[in-house]
Ligand binder design. Structure first.
Ligand code: ADP
Ligand code: ZN
Length: 516
């Protein structure tokens, strides 16, 4: 009988397994339920495709996106492997032939959406098949703690339990915090010792954060000019922004195409192909672009608007440098984007717990954008791992001078303290900068000792608060209306036993404008 490595050579034409693949395949073939957490591009698909070819019966692959399914089925067929997809786009008259060929053992892999698997009639149809393995792609969608919760995933376990053949379960994801991993394990009955988690670090990607002072567009023009001829993706968060940025760049002579979910299927397929085959170097896109893109030589991923969570950010940024060559992932951070996302969460009708989680995810983005630490470390730790400083992210290579901002920071901390940790960032900024705002007068906080202690713009004071939160000197509590509290390390600062440093910002705001 063919072994996994034979199949890797013969059916897929690769010489060796990547990190984690062999272990997952071995566990799955031993009927152990398994969770595989591997980075985007790490080769998760082979982890179920190879067992599917070894097992006597059928493998069901649960996949959330029709387009992704189609790509996978097409590429398997190109490798001579019989695979099929059953979803809402499958013509009615094709359903029975597909089921029959799975019954006869011809079709080895059957791709389905979670919604279909949850349907009782479909479960009945499946009861005739010898199902050995159920692989669940994008398994983080099962968790409310994840960034992409999808209700139909909650019904998967019940659906799998109804299958008569007691199949092995393999859950796969690229982005799962420890909390999400635990949740997946619990819901799909995967014991922790069967988790296979490969390193999250992407050592060939240089992560960069910038807080553009001038216009975002000027930054992008400069960036593209410096990266002529390289393949890259620019993410923006709305269709309108994607459209206007694309035409702006085209007008300036840059060869870029756009991609968003509002375009026709044909137009999208064409853009995807043009990018894949190097006919268009740069794609400006919403987050609809990327799933199923298998381009190895993407040299940069630039977020013109920040993502809503570090999970999505890391997934999107991770599309850079799959070939292992040096690449960049740049995030342009605007506090406004975060405020806008916050507003959407405020307005949403989701339950409180879910909204709290979303608020925390936004805060993780703000912290990432403001931390002075190694960005790769910050990301990897978010996913529950650790690594050494990368040596090449924008923080590791930041050679701007460290400035002692203790005096200014102390005023802010003292203001927070005077407000008894009961108010949010914007009121702190207003008080410390001496605003005459109506709310300030109503609350009589213009009577406080630290009212007007700093001669800064409110925005600059707000950005200092962000910095102090990202560095742990201040803490935020509460989701929808977070209040700022004094963090433990600050007591040493107030007592004069510690100082606070910050890299000197290019803009003329932060330090040295204090009035005594
Ligand atoms: P993921 O689903 O983890 O994002 P894929 O399964 O799509 O990643 O794999 C990414 C790419 O890596 C694909 O082109 C795949 O053919 C390739 N690949 C997977 N495993 C190996 C391997 N062992 N050796 C070489 N290439 C591999
Ligand atoms: Zn670094």
């Amino acid at each position: 009988m063919a072994t996994p490595i034979d199949i890797l050579h013969i059916n897929f034409g690769f010489d060796h397994f990547r990190d984690g693949q062999e272990q997952v395949i071995t566990q799955v073939l031993n009927h152990q339920n398994t969770l595989a957490v591997m980075p985007t591009g790490g080769g998760k698909s082979l982890c179920y495709q190879i067992p599917a070819l070894i097992n006597p019966g059928v493998t069901i692959v649960v996949s959330p996106l029709l387009s992704l399914m189609k790509d996978q089925v097409d590429s398997l067929r190109q490798n001579g492997i019989a695979a099929a997809a059953l979803n809402s786009a499958t013509p009615r008259e094709e359903v029975n032939p597909i089921l029959r060929s799975a019954y006869n053992g011809e079709t080895k892999l059957l791709y389905v959406t979670p919604e279909r698997l949850a349907m009782e009639y479909f479960q009945y149809q499946l009861s005739f098949l010898n199902i050995n393995l159920v692989a669940i792609d994008e398994a983080h969608c099962i968790s409310q703690w994840g960034h992409d919760f999808r209700p139909a995933y909650r019904q998967l376990n019940a659906a799998i339990q109804r299958l008569k053949t007691n199949p092995t379960i393999l859950a796969l994801t690229a982005t799962a915090t420890p909390q999400v991993q635990a949740d997946i394990g619990e819901q799909l009955t995967i014991p922790r010792e069967n988790f296979v988690i490969t390193s999250f670090a992407r050592p060939n990607i240089s992560f960069r954060v910038t807080h553009p002072q001038g216009s975002t567009r000027q930054y992008i023009v400069k960036y593209l000019t410096a990266h002529q001829g390289e393949a890259g993706i620019i993410y923006a968060n709305t269709r309108k922004r994607v459209e206007s940025l694309t035409s702006f760049l085209n007008d300036r002579g840059f060869h870029a195409a756009m991609y968003h979910a509002g375009m026709t299927t044909e137009d999208r397929a064409k853009v995807q192909d043009d990018f894949q085959f190097d006919r268009v170097p740069v794609i400006v896109a919403t987050n609809a672009f990327g799933m199923g893109i298998d381009k190895s030589n993407v040299r940069f991923v630039l977020h013109a608007t920040s993502a809503k969570s570090l999970e999505s950010y890391y997934q999107e940024a991770g599309r850079a440098g799959r070939d292992g060559l040096p690449s960049e992932a740049v995030m342009l951070y605007h506090a406004n984007d975060i405020q806008q996302y916050r507003w959407f969460i405020d307005q949403s009708t989701a339950d409180d717990q879910y909204r709290e989680v979303q608020y925390e995810k936004l805060q993780a983005i703000t912290d990432y954008a403001n931390t002075p630490r190694c960005l790769q470390q910050q990301l990897v730790e978010y996913f529950g791992q650790s690594c050494d400083p990368c040596g090449h992210c924008s923080n590791c290579t930041d050679d701007r001078q460290l400035e002692d901002i203790t005096p200014v920071a102390k005023e802010i901390i003292a203001t927070v303290n005077e407000l008894h940790g009961r108010f949010g960032k914007s009121l702190v900024a207003k008080v410390v900068t001496g605003s005459h705002d109506q709310r300030v007068r109503q609350l009589h906080v213009d009577q406080l000792d630290h009212y007007g202690a700093l001669k800064l713009s409110q925005q600059a004071a707000g950005s200092l608060v962000d910095y102090l939160v990202a560095t742990g000197f201040l803490e935020l509590e509460g989701g929808q209306f977070p209040v700022v509290k004094v963090g433990k390390p600050s007591w040493r600062v107030l007592a004069g036993k510690a100082t606070i440093q910050r890299r000197v910002e290019p803009q003329p705001t932060k330090v040295a404008t204090k009035i005594e």
